[in-house]
Design a binder for this molecule. Structure first.
Ligand code: FES
Length: 314
């Protein structure tokens, strides 16, 4: 677990990109450059009550002086977006983490990007990078109307005719069958509302896409409601201490109660902040952040558990 750098950044612009999406630009008040990032990365915005929200960076990774995010006002959300809309204004300050990338572009020869609504944000920098490198890509963007499609002008400029706009208010909805069957070197990405990403995933599964060629970024946990957590023991490799994790507690909670300051953010298995190493155990991975290739020895203790026992690399 590595603690992430938290910076106090200045808001240099905060303006609506649609009626309910605020585009916010940050810079460091003293330093000319911010930590670098790659397309698909996000930052944590720390709220005054200590809670954390993740927002994808949607500017240009080559612009080291600024971070840009787009924040949708979610009236029924957990309060972070309402705070941001009410408080982030030009000249103000906010606590923002160094970027982390759980949704990177894969090595491939063709890329199919599918976004719904505010789920477009990670794809802006991805499309910019793909266009700059001359890569073969298509971006399918689903929204109710052009007026409600965030960052549309920037996308049109970057993508040209590689942007396919699906506006439900005009009766044009994306049929996931359009994605087509898998092809060598082709990667599929989706980000947006649950229904959209589930439809893309279901279509990819039905068409036989390899799991490591399908990349899904979720806004919320999709934990199996029928899953019944079982208690287990977690042994700490460095001390030999054994911590019991009851069925109704997360491993993250038990670690914290026992003095292990594990960094966390979403606590629903989507951000990757709490990642830690393990050995000697069977882990029930329940997150949406960890790539398949890392699941042999890494886990997300906010949602993942073990069968009977495991040893943690702590
Ligand atoms: S805190 Fe976000 S994945 Fe665990």
């Amino acid at each position: 677990m590595t603690a992430r750098l938290i910076m106090k950044l200045e808001v240099v612009a905060a303006e609506p990109t649609t009626p309910d999406v605020l585009r916010v630009v940050f810079r460091h008040p003293q330093r000319p450059e911010l930590p670098e990032w790659t397309p698909g990365a996000h930052v944590d915005l720390r709220l005054p009550d200590g809670k954390v929200r993740q927002y994808s960076l949607c500017g240009d990774p080559a612009d080291r002086a600024r971070y840009t995010v787009a924040i949708k006002r979610e009236a029924g959300g957990r309060g972070g977006s309402l705070w941001a809309h009410a408080n982030l204004a030009e000249g103000g300050l906010a606590h923002v983490s160094a970027p982390r990338n759980n949704f990177p572009l894969a090595e491939g020869t063709r890329h199919i990007l599918v976004a719904g609504g505010i789920g477009i944000t990670p794809f802006v920098s991805m499309a910019r990078s793909l266009a700059a490198s001359g890569a073969d890509f298509a971006l399918h963007f689903c929204a109710r109307s052009a007026a409600e499609a965030p960052l549309l002008d920037a996308l049109r400029a970057v993508c040209g005719d590689r942007l396919h706009l699906w506006l439900s208010g005009e009766g044009r909805r994306l049929d996931p069958a359009l994605i087509g069957p898998p092809a060598p070197g082709t990667h599929l990405y989706a980000c947006g509302p649950q229904r959209l990403v589930d439809a893309v995933q279901a279509r990819a599964d039905a068409d036989g896409w390899a799991p490591d060629h399908v990349h899904i970024e979720r806004f919320a946990a999709t934990l199996d409601e029928n899953y019944k957590p079982e208690p287990f023991d977690a042994r700490i490799a460095s001390t030999g201490e054994v911590l019991h994790v009851p069925a109704d507690r997360s491993l993250l909670e038990v670690l914290r109660e026992n003095g292990f300051p594990v960094a966390s953010s979403c606590e629903i298995g989507t951000c990757g902040t709490c990642e830690c190493g393990y050995r000697n155990g069977t882990v029930i991975h329940r997150d949406h952040a960890l790539p398949l290739a890392k699941r042999q020895d890494r886990m997300m203790p906010c949602v993942s558990r073990a069968r009977v026992a495991l040893t943690l690399d702590l």
